[in-house]
Design a binder for this molecule. Structure first.
Ligand code: ARG
Length: 469
């Protein structure tokens, strides 16, 4: 049959695209990242076509064979990607046809690139969220190990970045364990939404061929399939959810990074980063900078930006597929790479940092972080807490004036300042006494933190070693 028009779009077109259009439209320079999923999806599709007698079995085998050869070329780095072929799908199909002849043209029977790209993206996201979840787990393990190694270390806990109450360093670290645990939950949720099979939607309305979508879903181990073809090709909610989950991880990491940076200053001196996770200055020879932590903190911005971008792209888009949706990829890819790198670096950075117990212990001296405990003690003696709060506030003000700590008050001073309680009350106002007093579930007492650690450990071991699933 004679064909007119351009090589790409066939008879409807009389000229080839303007060179600027070609470059603007092309996505192959980034969507080639989906190549392996594209081929896996095509193999499942073509098997289904043969099973349903839509194409002959013999031809399906030729196509599968050709797709495997294309895959081998890509894996070997021999594949030539061509932007005039627009995207990963057309590049692969074109090469397939070069390899197996015109029968390659049957692969696209009962399929559109709209459902094809949706399939690729679902496969990709499903795989990636599992990889991120494993990296999250590795960081959780690193945190639990570090908490365990420093179970006896007490630090001042902060609110408003002002000394508040003494807490176990392990308690502080484990706070991040639980944040990351919820991050895993969010990733798993996004993974569930990605575990849906869109193929068969065609361009918008389905296909006139008697396809078997359940077979394709089974071949690709999908847990569910889309019940509406227009939904299947046009929604990117699973991408948005993934970027949402990644954004929360990036936010959590940025907070942890900020603390690492603060603790690592000469002013704090609580930790020292291993040389392998610090960098120098080109001008100041004495500097050892926490660049990794700073970059993790900084890169949260671009992850949030990608979430905002895809939300904005999808906002107000009419059904069904629109080319706007091609914008779902680069931000997602970048956010994944960014968060994966941050997680991968954080785990060994935490594992190798030195916690300077002596400096931390010294920093616990001469502060008023036991003031709440004193007020609590007065409240236990029957004083309304508000009143107790007022009395202790006045005592602290007196001490500040006198340049004393609470425990340095004399018996005489105490009797005038606080006749409601015996002088011995002051004995319990040590950092150790303060943490031990908070022994309920979720509190910072060594006993409660031991239980917390136990729980964290069993969560991790129930899931098995990363990669074991
Ligand atoms: N590159 C496209 C994307 O990522 C593939 C689907 C193109 N479909 C179309 N009708 N132009 O969305």
């Amino acid at each position: 049959m004679a064909t007119r028009g351009n090589a790409m779009w066939g008879g409807r077109f009389s000229t080839k695209p303007h060179e600027l259009v070609e470059a603007f439209n092309a996505s192959v320079h980034f969507d080639r990242r989906l190549a392996m999923h594209d081929i896996a999806g095509s193999i499942a599709h073509v098997r289904m076509l043969a099973r349903q007698n839509i194409i002959p079995q013999e031809e399906a085998l030729q196509i599968v064979d050709g797709l495997l050869r294309v895959r081998a070329e890509i894996e070997a780095g021999d594949f030539v990607w061509r932007s005039n072929l627009e995207d990963v799908h057309m590049n692969i199909e074109q090469r397939l046809t070069e390899l197996v002849g015109t029968v390659g043209g049957k692969l696209h029977t009962a399929r559109s690139r709209n459902d094809q790209v949706a399939l690729d993206m679902h496969l990709f996201v499903r795989e990636e969220v599992a990889i991120v979840a494993e990296l999250v787990q590795r960081l959780q393990e690193s945190i639990v190990d570090c908490a365990e190694r420093h179970r006896d270390v007490i630090i001042p806990g902060f609110t408003h970045l002002q000394r508040a109450q003494p807490v176990l360093f392990a308690h502080h670290l484990l706070a991040y364990f639980w944040m990351l645990e919820r991050d895993r939950g969010r990733l798993a949720d996004a993974g569930k939404r990605a575990d849906m099979m869109p193929l068969g939607a065609g361009a918008i309305a389905g296909t006139t061929f008697a396809i078997d979508r359940a077979f394709v879903a089974d071949e690709l181990s999908f847990g569910a399939l889309y019940e509406n073809s227009m939904d299947a090709v046009s929604d990117r909610d699973y991408v948005i959810e993934t970027l949402g989950a990644l954004s929360v991880i990036a936010m959590h990491l940025s907070r942890f990074a900020e603390e690492i940076i603060i603790w690592n200053t000469a002013e704090f001196g609580w930790i020292e980063l291993d040389d392998a996770f610090a960098t120098g200055s080109s001008m100041m020879p004495q500097k050892k900078n926490p660049d990794v932590a700073e970059l993790v903190r900084g890169k949260a911005g671009r992850v949030f930006g990608h979430l905002q971008a895809i939300l904005t792209t999808c906002k107000g888009l009419p059904l069904a597929y629109n080319k706007d949706l091609q914008e779902d990829k680069e931000g997602l890819f970048d956010a994944l790479d960014t968060v994966k790198a941050g997680l991968a670096l954080f785990a060994p950075m935490i594992a190798t940092m030195t916690v300077r117990r002596d400096v931390i212990a010294r920093s616990m001296e001469r502060d008023f972080s036991a003031a709440t405990d004193l007020a609590d003690d007065l409240a236990r003696r029957g004083l309304p807490f508000r009143e107790a709060h007022g009395i202790v506030g006045a005592i602290v003000a007196y001490c500040v004036n006198q340049g004393k700590t609470l425990t340095e008050l004399t018996q005489e001073e105490w009797r005038t300042l606080c006749p409601a309680a015996p002088y011995e009350t002051l004995e319990r106002l040590t950092p150790q006494g303060c943490v031990e007093a908070r022994a309920h579930r979720g509190g910072t007492a060594p006993s409660a933190v031991a239980e917390q650690l136990q729980m964290a450990r069993s969560i991790l071991s129930d899931r098995g070693a990363p990669g074991a699933r």
